[in-house]
Design a protein around this ligand. Structure first.
Ligand code: 13P
Ligand code: SF4
Length: 402
């Protein structure tokens, strides 16, 4: 058996998660020097960028962006702050952005305002001459950090040992993972998914095997399995710190869905109590949640879906409608602002942006763009060739089924 009992490791990104939580509901950017006071890990940046005000940053990003023209495409995930997203050529969820990344071969540079796994995916899908840049290299994802390559490789060896000769298992890997894990997935006949196509990807996998290994988000995996008609008894959780993930060989052989014990620190803050509170205040409220929320929340909500689904649903809803939203605050605030004729608010009264997405402060965007103007590429994201080859296979399977 490869997986031994290990000391549980909490990723630093998870520990730092609450750094930006606050009670007021606006999150306007301050100078980077001010924001650094929350005392988490940031990437070092030349000192001249530290004290620029929000207005100075905005003006200089605008001017630099104009000068760079088509040479640069800026992609912005829906969770980016206002002062960043306004410069994005494309905004979207992780699925849309992965497609957008491949749609601008005329740009030599793709500046990905999102998190590390998204930039890696762009690097895998875009043309070889294009360089992908992440403004702040410490913009990771606590969920992705909960599935280290070594732990997953150990789990895969153990699962194969227990299940070979018993129908095997197919990996379905959420976009929120390293390229190394997407590559493992491609190599072993699996598929990548995002929150917008998890049902289709899981169905694809069940057409090939009776059993699926879903990683790293147990909640997205569980919520999707239930949508496909599986029961909770069909599912087991794989704890990477216990031998055989904390399961017996018999239990694993009986399972249809093996769920990696990972979660999103932002979405697990939402509770059924918050939903009940919103319904008590507004009896005609609609509750919409991201499928990274726990099962009880997704089931208590009226609907669930990716960030793009949430954006589209609220933007297209009738005037006067009311929405309580279970997703990251930057997107919820934006939707509230863009829909003044509707009531839109976050289920959680404490305002907690995704702390890793939030690390892309405008000073970093300016720094990387001014670097490009001077012919200097900072924070380029690369993926080594073999990982690139197999990850691409798993991503292309996703693009075909979605
Ligand atoms: P989407 O694909 O829905 O944008 O989700 C990405 C993510 O990281 C949500 O936490
Ligand atoms: Fe990762 Fe959660 Fe942030 Fe999405 S919201 S990038 S899953 S930590």
């Amino acid at each position: 058996m490869t997986t031994r009992t290990k000391e549980p490791v909490i990723p630093i990104t998870e520990i730092e998660h609450s750094a930006f939580c606050r009670t007021e509901d606006e999150l306007p950017s301050k100078s980077l020097a001010e924001e650094l006071k929350v005392n988490i890990r940031w990437q070092r940046i030349p000192i001249e960028y530290l004290h620029l005000s929000a207005q100075e940053l905005d003006q200089r990003i605008h001017e630099t962006r104009q000068k760079l023209g088509e040479r640069v495409t800026i992609l912005g995930h829906h969770y980016q702050r206002e002062e960043i997203i306004k410069f994005a050529d494309f905004q979207g969820d992780s699925y849309l952005l992965s497609k957008n990344a491949a749609s601008r071969p005329e740009s030599d540079y793709i500046v990905f305002c999102g998190v590390h796994f998204m930039a890696e995916t762009a690097c895998i899908l875009c043309a070889p001459h294009q360089k992908v840049i992440l403004p702040n290299i410490t913009a990771g994802c606590s969920m992705a950090d909960m599935a280290s390559t070594d732990d997953v490789l150990d789990a895969w060896d153990d699962l194969s040992g227990v299940l070979d000769g018993h129908g095997g298992i197919v990996p379905v890997t959420y976009m929120n993972t390293t390229a190394a894990l997407k590559s493992l997935t491609g190599k072993h006949g699996g598929i990548v998914c995002t929150s917008s196509n998890a049902t289709a990807a899981l169905r694809w996998a069940f057409e090939r095997s009776d059993r699926v290994f879903f990683l790293p988000d147990q909640h997205l995996g569980r919520n999707t399995g239930l949508k496909l008609g599986l029961s909770l008894e069909d599912m087991v959780v794989w704890n990477p710190f216990k031998p055989l993930g904390g399961n017996s060989p018999e239990k694993l052989r009986k399972a249809r869905l093996v769920l990696w014990q990972g979660h999103c620190s932002v979405h697990t803050r939402f509770t059924v109590k918050q939903i009940e509170g919103a319904r008590a205040r507004y009896p005609d409220i609609k509750v919409i949640a991201h499928p990274e929320c726990i099962m009880e929340v997704v089931q208590a909500a009226d609907m669930d879906g990716s960030t793009e689904f949430i954006r589209k649903t609220i933007n297209e809803a009738p005037s006067g409608s009311k929405w309580a939203v279970g997703t990251e605050i930057s997107l919820v605030n934006r939707l509230a602002k863009q829909n003044p004729d509707k009531t839109v608010f976050c289920l959680d009264p404490i305002i907690c942006p995704c702390s890793t997405m939030y690390r892309n402060h405008p000073a970093y965007l300016l720094w990387v763009l001014e670097g490009l103007l001077e012919g200097q590429v900072v924070n380029q994201i690369t993926v080594e060739q073999e990982a690139q080859h197999y990850s691409r296979i798993a991503l292309e399977r996703m693009l075909e089924v979605a």
